[in-house]
Design a protein around this ligand. Structure first.
Ligand SMILES: [Zn+2]
Ligand SMILES: [Zn+2]
Length: 314
């Protein structure tokens, strides 16, 4: 049973992937997302320089957050390319898990960045902000940031209904615009009233959000590497579904795991009632499981009554 399941769930026939062409994201959207990544890299560089020149921690935290955005969109783009790499005799699952490994490494880096920024914010708060921030420089950097975010939103806006990836990216850029506005308010507060604590507060909020998101990604990646059953599925329901299937007597060795995001696999041993052991049953059970639970790769061992089980653990 070696069907490759693409992002749609009902591909039974064999079809080969073509290198470099994403299945999930059409080419025109890929170009737009690449533009957004390019702008985000520009933003990252500008905010880092702005932070260095002005002494603003909020700008640095926002640069860290933009790094998370860049990683997230690049992963979505690369995932479709990784998965198009052919599987080899040894890498029988292909390169799907590259996406998970990349997400894990990326999340680890972001947790580190967020912790460093939180530590800095804590230090500043304890020293009662002896750090003076160049309000004018910070204002300039955050205005440029606002402009870049608005351009990204404008690039994505026309495609908002056409593609989920684009819609998600657009929604995110809109929250980034709010970030920029927060930084502008902070810079104005520093320029007008010398409210240096605002910068520390904003940087702590942004770093906390980065930490929260990164630890969620980290947790999901670890779960997938641990071969945990996907959260979207209730194992008891799957078990029930199989046990209630006509002519099924019993079930053991049920495993469901995620190969990569959106590709879940199932393995099960199903004991069949006397005389009911047919190829049709195997096929229809497989098809109905696939449709009911949106599974990708299914392996079922039908066992007739009296089948001698080997003594293999799990
Ligand atoms: Zn963002
Ligand atoms: Zn068995």
């Amino acid at each position: 049973m070696s069907d490759d399941c693409s992002h749609g769930q009902h591909h039974y026939h064999h079809h080969h992937h073509h290198l470099g062409l994403a299945e999930g994201i059409p080419q025109s959207y890929i170009v737009k997302l690449q533009w957004v990544v390019g702008l985000a890299i520009l933003y990252l560089v500008m905010q880092t320089i702005g932070s260095y020149l002005s002494g603003s921690l909020a700008l640095l935290a926002d640069a860290g957050h933009k790094l998370a955005d860049i990683a997230a969109i690049s992963l979505a783009l690369f995932a479709s390319w990784f998965s198009s790499l052919a599987s080899s005799p040894r890498k029988t699952f292909g390169y799907y898990r590259m996406e998970i490994l990349a997400a894990l490494i990326n999340a680890t880096g972001l947790v580190f960045i967020a912790v460093v920024i939180l530590w800095q914010a804590y230090e500043r708060a304890m020293r009662h902000s002896s750090v003076e921030i160049e309000g004018g420089m910070m204002l300039a950097a955050s205005l440029v940031g606002l402009l870049i975010n608005c351009i990204s939103a404008k690039i994505l806006y026309p495609e908002r209904e056409a593609n989920l990836n684009v819609k998600g990216a657009l929604f995110h850029v809109l929250t980034d615009i709010l970030n920029s506005l927060g930084e502008i308010v902070t810079a104005a507060g520093i320029l007008l009233f010398r409210f240096y604590w605002l910068d520390t507060a904003i940087s702590a909020i942004i770093a906390t959000l980065v930490l929260y998101n990164a630890s969620r990604v980290f947790g999901e990646a670890v779960n997938i590497l641990m071969e945990s059953a996907p959260k979207r599925l209730h194992m008891a329901k799957v078990r029930d579904f199989i046990l209630r299937y006509p002519n099924v007597d019993d079930l053991h060795d049920l495993h469901i795991w995620t190969i990569t995001t959106g590709k879940d696999a199932l393995l099960a041993h199903v004991k069949v009632k006397d005389g009911a052991f047919t190829h049709e049953m195997a096929r229809s059970l497989e098809k109905e499981l696939r449709d009911a639970f949106n599974l990708c790769h299914i392996t079922i061992q039908l066992e007739p009554p009296g089948f001698e089980e080997s003594d293999i653990p799990f």
